[in-house]
Design a protein around this ligand. Structure first.
Ligand SMILES: [Zn+2]
Length: 493
């Protein structure tokens, strides 16, 4: 009998091992769709130092997003726009330029075949401010437009004047050679991306919708190639196929006001603390399945160590182990699920006075598998027995964007060009944890991708919205080549 059980067990283990092995071996990306013909981007006669000079000039316009503050400087945007017209004359002669809602820019480079859905390329004109208390940490004047050590320095050199200038360089290069697109190419440049895009991207997208424009795909900033991917330790080109939603929850607790010498069992502050803790800890799914994470891991599989690949391919078996390892990484948590961050708390005016109310804010970054209505319902359930606690969205919540295809011809085109320009970086889809203008264009395009064809180190990434933002001339050169290639292969063949 014991022998029989032993034999049965051995069979089970063998079958299990075979299944785990099979899943590990087949844990890879589906083959790319029929290879896309792309031009040799290395053959373009690019003047990278002239492009760098142009980016440096662009940085000097202090196009800080206008928030209605007295320091707003609309003139900087107007000057920047006339600089664009002077600097890229061939493109401006070939394309139609329209102002949308004042400072929004929409360029139409009309194709000869109106039957082909257009290419829609995005960038934004505005930049985040440079806070006074960070000014001394900058190695150069953040609005000086300095070229030093092979890089263009300054606020916006990456985010997002780098993209805007590279797009203009690329389009002007082709236009100057007398090239004409078959497929229409649209360029949309908002002016308030850093504060939500309500005046720029949202208005341009609404105008395109009125014209019944349906783009082949949208390309915006949001992800790039990174030198060290946490999963492989090596470089990877990450194409953002979705971006997380953004929602801020207001938790309010009311209590009985009065003196604190004979307090009731609960005060507004104790109720609020309990509520915030419960919402912070409410169960939220973090998993490889059901989002861009799985597709990313499959695409990078050949570069992931065998043991890690085995675990990832068999989440059904190794889930507890994986959860334990991934829980310690905030980056992994952000990729695998909705994150919950209590960010503000306010209540009370004196140490010996019971406040009538206390209020906290909890910021959610919503994973594509979750919906804001469910999160709110879950939070309300978590605090249902706390008398005097109410939970609402502070402002209209934003769902995660739709997840774009990784098997489309447009994804294949972006991937092929990225691979040619950054051959050591395998291409994989990714999830953007921040927000970009591209979310506004979801309804006017078949797919939306977020990718800057540049290679960033961890240090480079910290400079975006931070101090010492700079873009290497090599990266600028990569961008210009990529965009020329994209326009040629995507719209001129
Ligand atoms: Zn940006």
């Amino acid at each position: 009998m014991g022998r029989l059980i032993g034999a049965a067990l051995a069979v089970v283990i063998l079958v299990l091992a075979a299944f785990v092995g099979y899943r590990t071996a087949t844990f890879t990306a589906p083959p790319p769709p029929a290879a896309v013909p792309i031009p040799n981007t290395g053959a373009y006669a690019i003047d990278a130092s002239a492009a760098a000079q142009h980016l440096a000039q662009a940085v000097r316009f202090r196009t800080v997003s206008m928030t209605g503050a007295p320091t707003d400087d609309r003139g900087q945007f107007e000057q920047f726009q006339s600089w664009m017209q002077q600097t890229y004359p061939a493109f401006h002669a070939a394309a139609r330029r329209e102002a949308i809602n004042g400072l929004g820019l929409l360029y139409t480079w009309a194709g000869s075949d109106p039957g082909q859905p257009p290419l829609l390329l995005l960038a934004h004109q505005d930049v985040v401010p440079v806070p006074d208390d960070t000014r001394t940490a900058w190695r150069v004047d953040p609005f000086g437009g300095v070229i030093q050590g092979g890089a263009v320095w300054g606020r916006g050199s990456i985010d997002d004047k780098g993209s805007l200038v590279a797009l203009m360089e690329a389009a002007n290069y082709l236009a100057a050679q007398g090239r004409h697109p078959k497929r229409t190419i649209l360029f949309a440049f908002g002016f308030d991306e850093e504060i939500g895009g309500a005046g720029g991207a949202q208005q341009i997208a609404a105008e395109l919708a009125r014209r019944h424009t349906r783009a082949w795909f949208v390309l915006d900033e949001g992800m790039a190639a990174i030198a060290r991917h946490p999963l492989t330790g090596g470089p990877a080109s990450l194409i953002g196929i979705s971006e997380k939603g953004f929602a801020t929850m207001r938790v309010r607790a009311v209590g009985q006001p009065g003196h604190s010498s004979i307090p009731p069992r609960d005060t507004a502050v104790s109720l609020l603390s309990e509520a915030v803790t419960r919402i912070h800890n409410m169960p939220i799914q973090h998993s490889i399945e059901g989002g861009p994470a799985l597709a990313m891991m499959r695409a990078l599989a050949p570069n992931i160590s065998l043991t890690n690949r085995m675990a990832l391919a068999n989440e059904w078996l190794f889930s507890p182990l994986l959860q334990q390892r991934l829980a310690s990484s905030p980056t992994a948590q952000a990729l695998l699920g909705t994150t919950v961050a209590p960010t503000m708390i306010n209540g009370g005016v004196r140490p010996n006075v019971l406040p009538a109310e206390a209020v906290a804010m909890i910021n959610f970054r919503v994973h594509p598998r979750d919906h804001v209505a469910d999160l709110l319902a879950e939070a309300r359930r978590a605090v249902a027995d706390l008398h005097g606690v109410t939970v609402d969205w502070e402002s209209p919540p934003l769902e995660a964007s739709a997840v774009s295809s990784t098997t489309s011809s447009s994804y294949a085109l972006i991937a092929a060009l990225s691979h040619q320009i950054l051959p050591r970086a395998p291409v994989a889809p990714g999830l953007v944890v921040g927000g970009t203008d591209s979310r506004s264009y979801a309804s006017v395009a078949e797919n939306v991708y977020r990718f800057q064809p540049v290679l960033f180190t961890d240090d480079d990434l910290e400079t975006i919205h931070g101090v010492n933002e700079h873009l290497s001339v090599q990266n600028l050169d990569r961008m210009v080549r990529f965009y020329i290639g994209l326009m040629e292969a995507g719209a001129m063949q």
